[in-house]
Write a new protein. Structure first.
Lengths: 300, 300
């Protein structure tokens, strides 16, 4: 029996991990503060992991062999600095401890490119120093580093997926890709930064499928970048969106200031994901953006 | 009112922080699993911080304005790898969260040189990458990094003292300095490694006094190395001990293998402790070793 417990399973990434986990043969249990009305072929558990004792009770109830821990505060504009980052780190340790003490075999958690020292343009899991400059990055680093060290010393087999930039259905409406798509669909002028930043973007369904694959590949340990490995400038990304939406809308480059501390180039080394996990993305940028645009268009 | 809560207050370092904290004017509350029979001018609280809910209850009861968190598993031979490192990280977050939510002003925790990347011979707080290779180092890094990031974002004023090498009264009998002192006092042959390792040693009373000073210096934030800044080879250190103990005992250099991964040189940059905290050690190596030898001799 392989039973996976997915936390944060109604989140932007988490919601898309359930189908690939089912496809990999897992008995899927999922947790969220408010589970969806339709359970599908997933067993849902309503739980607030920040309530003391809840992580332990959840593990005791579900008895998972595998754990995919995606839950965290991801509220745009707030998640970088919210005090909840400390609470989530504490809850993550409680969850992982309960899981390992109950004999869990394999744990995967969601990290972030914000754990890396951003003065390094291309981030490799084993070579780029970690030097988060935000509370969010520090909290994720704390959890990822300790869980992987614990797993290496005592089991369970533990990996940590570091997420870079992503887009797709259910993204928060105020983030870059939705803001541009929605603005252009509405025929508005969209204010953005200079757009010369170079980033690694991946469709959220691929990010989620990569996490599912990582759960199943129990021999892959430690940090793994979850990214496309394809550099693109924001200007080019936005240009590709513009090319797909006709109408009076426009994008004003340079109309917004670039946030302080934003690196010009931030890319992922993806050798571990490609070669060790054996993961191949389903979307390229063209099909991915078409999917995202179609999703927003359908929401009119 | 400035009331400090000291955790791990019967430990090797913790026990020596109480007097300097009193001398600095603090109302001192201390916690340990088993408080000493004689309370002195300290209010003791029997508590096991690894019991769920205990950190929160302790903070609610004591209502400290200052927190000095020294408690951890420090059992020689076991502390590098014990699963308790995860439990201590979790308990540390619980304690700090309760402290900050109760309006605490200043928190200091005990870190370790094992947080640093040991390929750098001289470790500076803001320049040397962190790359722990042990579960203990990873757990301490997780707590230190996140507490300091949290403090910087939301308060309380937070600092993290990274301890290097130390010696003195109440050290565990199997560690290097006690092993050499006790062996020579007993007229035995003591097996040690080649002894060419260069380290930073500080008397435990100075380490403790430095932590007390760090608690009081609320303007000093983030990591601070707690060390002497004086390099010495183990061979020279042991030679100084030999020079103070007459008798038939001897030291066999090279009779023990050097543990894998031990760096040849591991030293601390101590500018922050000296200049920002304004701390000056009371002991030099000569008076420090005399004190340690006298303590073991009295236990003859």
């Amino acid at each position: 029996m392989t039973r996976v417990l997915v936390t944060g399973a109604t989140g932007f990434i988490g919601r898309q991990t359930l189908a690939p986990l089912r496809a990999l043969g897992f008995d899927v249990h999922a947790t969220a503060r408010t589970p969806p009305a339709e359970a599908g072929d997933v067993v849902w558990h309503a739980a607030d992991l920040l309530d003391a004792g809840t992580p332990e009770r959840l593990i005791a109830k579900v008895q998972p062999t595998h754990l995919l821990h995606m839950a965290w505060n991801a509220e745009p504009g707030r998640y970088w600095t919210t005090p909840e980052n400390l609470a989530w780190a504490q809850a993550s340790f409680a969850l992982y401890r309960a899981f390992t003490e109950a004999g869990g075999q394999r744990a995967v958690g969601a990290g972030t490119c914000a754990e890396y020292d951003w003065s390094h343009s291309v981030c490799g899991e084993d070579v780029t120093p970690l030097a988060p400059t935000t509370l969010y990055g520090a909290a994720k680093q704390a959890v990822g580093t300790l869980l992987c060290a614990y797993g290496a010393a005592h089991g369970p087999s533990t990996a940590w997926g570091r997420v870079f930039f992503l887009y797709g259905p259910h993204e928060h409406a105020n983030r870059l890709v939705p803001a541009v798509v929605r603005g252009l669909l509405a025929g508005e002028r969209v204010a953005v930064t200079h757009g010369r930043q170079v980033r690694d973007f991946m469709h959220v369904a691929d990010v989620a499928a990569a996490f599912a694959a990582l759960v199943a590949r129990e021999d892959v340990l430690g940090p793994v970048n979850v990214a496309s490995g394809e550099p693109i400038s924001l200007r080019e990304l936005i240009g590709q969106i513009q090319g797909r939406i006709e109408g009076p809308g426009a994008v004003d480059f340079g109309a917004r200031e670039t946030p302080a501390g934003e690196p010009p180039v931030l890319l992922a080394e993806v050798r571990r994901l490609r070669d060790e996990v054996g993961f191949t993305p389903r979307f390229d940028l063209t099909t991915g953006l078409e999917d995202a645009i179609a999703w927003w268009r359908a929401r009119g």
